[in-house]
Design a protein around this ligand. Structure first.
Ligand SMILES: Cc1ncc(C[n+]2csc(CCOP(=O)(O)OP(=O)(O)O)c2C)c(N)n1
Length: 703
């Protein structure tokens, strides 16, 4: 079986970034010491005031470039330039019309679908009208333009607004918006996904868009060194997610002035008022405490929005526009009222609302593409020389992971992230050699995975490591990364009871089950350093979410350097035609199976040993051959809870075989404690003695 991960739809262009990473130690990506993080008082955008960047220079974008009028097809393209003196009355009128169109289209699309979130879209329409018209530098015809800004709806449920923006950008038609939104087979799904070429990542699980934006901003600032800006729309109830604050903290740590969160503070969440309602000052204090610049504004005042976004674009620090808005803005029947979240307007209300917004419009804002960036030679990849190991030498697979990752550093697109345990996971080898491509995420696993998702949006190949147990902290982010069609590798060290004395809080015992359940995932569990290194190398080109489980302790190298370990394969380490039983393990239990096979051989029982290093996809052919050779006698041994791991994978693969099976499944069934590896594996019934006993019991069963 080979990889079958679905590729992005409607995306073109190379998988690698157009621009190779910056050289090591660039000043731009140096973490900002906490004492230098921003603590100054916020600057509220001033109505009609001169917009300035942090250097005090006046800045301005070309004014509105409003296109055709509804129905007439008449081009009313009026490209004017404003300077820093603010918006003129005509500009304001055009922006108002655009905002009205976004509102009308949000109502129309959700009403047509019979579901969706119009009230959440209405509150943010003014923000998006100003962003689209005056600040977003985006080449709509070329979403893969490396210099494009990035727009992420962290509050993905406001998809009616996002898709209305796409219509206003001329990217989709009114017909598609109104007739296909939320319908079966449509690319305009209930929440945005990258099946749309202008959508970087899937959102809809709140608290994810902003941390992913941090990853994209990291790529722009630290690797690509491109001047794109990352704009993220957040909900105010969403601000209760810890991951939002992990994101602001890391954005400030890495000095990401190219990141702006626009918080739609509309006071209401799903079931009622938010925790802070309209207390903008409380938000401001929190944002500043995390080292970001807060810009509180009236989120329905077009001039204030414009000034705020202008300031954000030029900021040195990450910015958070705190926009006080009204949920359901523009529809009196629902404005600032509870009970309308996630509900389309009643037909008569919708009709009145659309009329009040000026009916159906076809304003198209011409694209404002980014300034061209100089072409650089494509990243051809470097020569990877995997570490070599002496057969029989005792090496921990976590160490082999670190050494293989270091070798992969020859490929300039490979980046690594770790959650403050790189001395344990051995990612520190890479960190030392490639500090410009290593991102310390401290103990913020959600942010770590999100940053990886953001980095791979820009074509990098992230390798993310922490203890297997702690990746569970980021599980929802991993789940969503699969919906984003992200390509990234996760490495979980310290798997199973094998870790010993640290006890169960540090033991990954559910990871194989959880990672196997991720859509399109690859799950690997090598038993020795050679196979580990070979698998790590393959992950750099593997589509989808990959998970590599490593072991803490040292175990003998079993394979020869240069042996091949295709993903989806397995290795038979013992046995022949007259095998009475097959012992199937992966990782540490392979060593226990080998010891058991030796003991059994001394007792006249021939046992086949299979190293099932590829847990997903797994080598069904090898399992079927083992069933046929042994009369269906299998002992499956894993350092994992019994549910969902290797035993489950084997039984799922053989479920439709239609031949008799006699399977003994040895797994960690009781809650472990502290102890030595050997004590804990014996206590769990996955040690050598237990395997011998299980095999003998099976072997005595007549075939
Ligand atoms: C992690 C997560 N928890 C809960 C939800 C369900 N949910 C969807 S929207 C929403 C309320 C969001 O309110 P807010 O962030 O203020 O956005 P608004 O719709 O008010 O603009 C909730 C609880 C979710 N999508 N994701």
């Amino acid at each position: 079986m080979t990889g079958h991960h679905p590729r992005r739809v409607n995306r073109t262009g190379p998988a690698s970034p157009h621009y190779p990473p910056a050289s090591a130690g660039t000043a731009l990506c140096r973490p900002v010491p906490s004492r230098e993080r921003r603590t100054a008082a916020p600057v509220a955008a001033r109505r009609g005031g001169v917009a300035v960047n942090v250097a005090g220079r006046a800045v301005g974008r070309p004014a509105l470039r409003v296109g055709r009028l509804a129905g007439t097809g008449e081009a009313i393209m009026a490209v004017r330039t404003t300077t820093a003196t603010g918006l003129r009355a005509a500009d304001l009128e055009e922006l108002g019309n655009l905002a009205a169109q976004l509102r009308a289209d949000s109502v129309r699309s959700s009403s047509s679908a019979g579901s969706g979130h119009p009230s959440s879209s209405l509150s943010a329409a003014d923000l998006l009208a100003v962003l689209l018209s005056r600040h977003l530098r985006y080449d709509w015809a070329n979403p893969d333009n490396p210099a494009n800004d990035h727009l992420i709806f962290s509050k993905g449920h406001a998809s009616p607004l996002l898709y209305s923006v796409f219509k206003a950008a001329g990217a989709i038609s009114d017909e598609e918006l109104i007739n296909t939104y939320r319908k079966f087979g449509s690319r305009l799904q209930g929440h945005p996904t990258p099946v749309l070429p202008w959508v970087d990542v899937a959102t809809g699980s709140l608290g994810q868009g902003l941390p992913i934006g941090v990853g994209i901003a990291l790529a722009g600032r630290c690797l690509d060194q491109l001047p794109y800006h990352v704009w993220v729309l957040c909900g105010d109830s969403e601000m209760a997610e810890g991951s939002i604050w992990e994101a602001l903290d890391k954005a400030s740590h890495y000095g990401l002035g190219n990141l702006t969160a626009m918080v739609d503070v509309n006071r209401l969440g799903q079931r009622g008022p938010t925790e802070l309602e309209w207390d903008l000052d409380a938000y401001r204090r929190r944002v500043e405490a995390f080292g970001c610049e807060a810009i509180p504004i009236d989120g329905h005042d077009l001039e204030q929005i414009d000034a705020a976004l202008t300031r954000a674009r030029g900021a040195e620090h990450p910015t958070v526009v705190l926009a006080r808005t009204v949920k359901g803005r523009g529809v009196p029947e629902i404005e600032d009222k509870n009970g309308f979240h996630g509900k389309p307007l009643k037909p008569d209300v919708a009709e009145r609302a659309v009329a009040a917004f000026g009916g159906v419009r076809e304003i198209v804002v011409p694209a404002s593409p980014p300034d061209p960036v100089p072409a650089r030679s494509p990243d051809g990849g470097g020569l990877v020389q995997l570490p070599q190991y002496e057969k029989g030498a005792k090496v921990a697979t976590r160490k082999a992971y670190g050494e293989a990752l270091l070798a992969l550093g020859a490929r300039p697109t490979v980046v690594a992230l770790d959650g403050e345990v790189s001395d344990s996971t051995h990612a520190e080898d890479f960190a030392k050699a490639h500090p410009d491509r290593f991102f310390e995420m401290f103990i913020s696993e959600q942010q770590m995975v999100s940053a990886a998702v953001g980095l791979q949006v820009r074509g990098y190949r992230p390798f993310v490591s922490t203890f297997a147990a702690f990746l569970s902290r980021a599980y929802d982010f991993i789940r969503m990364a699969a919906i984003s069609r992200a390509d990234l590798a996760l490495s979980g060290s310290h798997a199973g009871v094998e870790i010993g004395a640290d006890g169960p809080s540090q033991m990954g015992l559910e990871d194989l089950a959880s990672m196997r359940a991720i859509h399109g995932s690859t799950v690997l569990y090598p038993c020795d350093a050679v196979s580990c290194a070979a698998l790590v190398e393959q992950l750099a080109d593997r589509a989808g979410i990959s998970y590599l489980r490593t072991t803490r302790g040292t175990y003998p190298v079993l394979y020869d350097n240069g042996d091949s370990f295709p993903i989806g394969g397995s290795k038979q380490l013992r046995g022949g035609e007259d095998d009475r039983v097959a012992l199937i393990g992966a990782g540490v239990t392979v060593h226990n199976c080998l010891a058991a096979a030796d003991t059994l051989a001394g007792q006249g029982v021939s046992a086949r040993v299979i190293d099932l290093y590829s847990v997903k996809p797994l080598d069904r052919d090898a399992l079927v051959a083992a069933v046929r050779a042994t009369g269906g006698r299998l002992v499956v041994v894993e350092d994992h809870y019994p549910q969902g791991g290797i035993g489950a994978a084997v039984l799922e693969a053989l479920a439709d075989l239609g031949e008799p099976l006699r399977v003994t499944h040895l797994a960690v069934r009781d809650l472990p404690t502290s102890g030595s590896s050997g004590e804990l594996m014996d206590a769990a019934g996955i040690g050598t003695d237990a395997i011998v006993e299980a095999a003998r019991a099976l072997a005595s069963v007549p075939a």
